[in-house]
Design a protein around this ligand. Structure first.
Ligand code: ADP
Ligand code: MN
Length: 363
């Protein structure tokens, strides 16, 4: 008979609320008894409920909403077998809540999109704030040095928040998230991490998994920020003036785009399809995008679709290396830092693979 190993552990249930204009992460902890061998299985964890009237998701008269565990990773902050448990939000009768965009992506995959084997990789920008001031901005009214030395910079005169970034990166690795790299961005206090495909064959960067990992990495940003007294913001236009906006460039491919025999044609075809739905994509790529693109440093246009090889002023960039290799992926440079990754993937799949989804309700 197999000896059963049962462990009492803390499980941090994490979900997206109903805040507008951008949904925020929420979480609460529960002590659960879960056997080791199922301790990464979402279905091994119980459903839980919460007060949806306190998260902009329900009225006070009928406030109970359900947390359905869908992805489990190690909790890198608590250790001791603790877990982070990402959840979908369901109505009491079991249907996805209207703020549950993950359910829409899930049903799109089940209804034919999975056959295209869509992969994704995000480049998440964010800005560290201390109160109302980005880290590295002077406390008096003087303007900081103009941007130039900060991107990938080194040194106390140009780098702000490095210890926080190191702690967040290690937390993502310890949790088992598909984090690929980090770099300091062009504005002081602004940073990027990439999450998604990192060239390791044993870990398929499917759209649902990578989007889940991005949400968990965003939760870790805010949670690790508590320890350092900094607030990471996903605002696409964190300060006014001649400063870079913050985006979430999204790298996307299908099996056909990755196949050297069909790759470049499939990528060109995808670009043609994307050109016909520019406005729909902009509308679903995060609030405040238009403001984020007024800067001379964000050369792509909100109103005009443009694509190009190695062109960082285009809405869609085909990396030079992809063209030389005869296939790979394309980069959509339009999503804002606060975009919802599930909606970005849903739109890309809908446009490129032609697998549509029901709108606007998810039920
Ligand atoms: P760049 O600065 O050229 O955009 P990065 O190294 O910052 O390059 O980002 C490359 C991104 O492309 C990563 O997010 C990675 O996960 C993603 N990526 C690489 N190959 C693929 C692929 N076949 N499908 C989808 N995404 C990919
Ligand atoms: Mn990129």
């Amino acid at each position: 008979m197999k000896a059963e190993v049962t462990t009492m552990r803390q499980a941090e249930y994490i979900w997206l609320d109903g805040e507008t204009p951008a949904q925020q992460v929420r979480s609460k902890a529960r002590i659960v008894t879960i056997d080791d061998d199922v301790s990464f299985h979402p279905h091994g964890f119980p459903q839980w409920d919460y007060d949806g009237s306190s998260t902009y998701q329900a009225s006070g008269h009928d406030s109970d909403l359900i947390l359905q565990p869908v992805r489990v990773v190690r909790d890198p902050l608590r250790c001791h077998g603790a877990r982070l448990v990402l959840c979908e939000v369901l109505r009491p009768e079991g249907a996805p809540h209207e703020t549950n965009t993950r359910a829409r992506l899930r049903s799109q995959l089940a209804n034919g999109a999975a056959a295209h084997e869509p992969w994704v990789g995000f480049e998440q920008d964010y800005t560290l704030f201390e109160g109302e001031r980005p880290l590295g901005f002077p406390t008096d009214s003087a303007a900081p040095k103009s941007q130039g030395p900060f991107y990938c910079g080194v040194g106390a005169d140009r780098i702000f928040g490095r210890d926080f970034v190191e702690a967040h990166t290690q937390a993502c690795i310890d949790a088992g998230l598909m984090i690929y790299g980090i770099n300091a961005e062009v504005m002081p206090g602004q940073w990027e991490f990439q999450i998604g495909y990192r060239g390791i064959d044993s870990e398929a960067p499917d759209v649902l998994k990578v989007s889940d990992h991005l949400v968990l990495a965003r939760w870790l940003l805010r949670r690790v920020g508590e320890r350092f007294g900094v607030e990471p913001r996903l605002d696409p236009r964190p300060v006014t003036g001649d400063w870079n906006g913050a985006g979430n460039q999204t790298n996307f491919s299908t099996a056909n785009m990755r196949d050297k025999a069909t790759g470049l044609n499939a990528i060109r075809d995808a670009v043609k399809r994307l050109a016909t739905r520019h406005d729909e994509h902009i509308a679903g790529y995060g609030y405040g995008l238009a403001e984020g693109t007024n800067s001379a440093h964000e050369p792509w246009s909100i109103t005009e679709f443009k694509s190009g090889v190695a062109d960082r002023g285009a809405s869609i960039r085909i990396p030079r290396a992809v063209e030389l290799a005869g296939g790979g992926y394309l980069e959509d440079r339009r999503p804002g830092a606060n975009c919802d990754p599930y909606t970005v993937c849903t739109l890309l799949i809908e446009t490129i693979c032609g697998t549509s989804v029901a709108r606007p309700s998810l039920n």
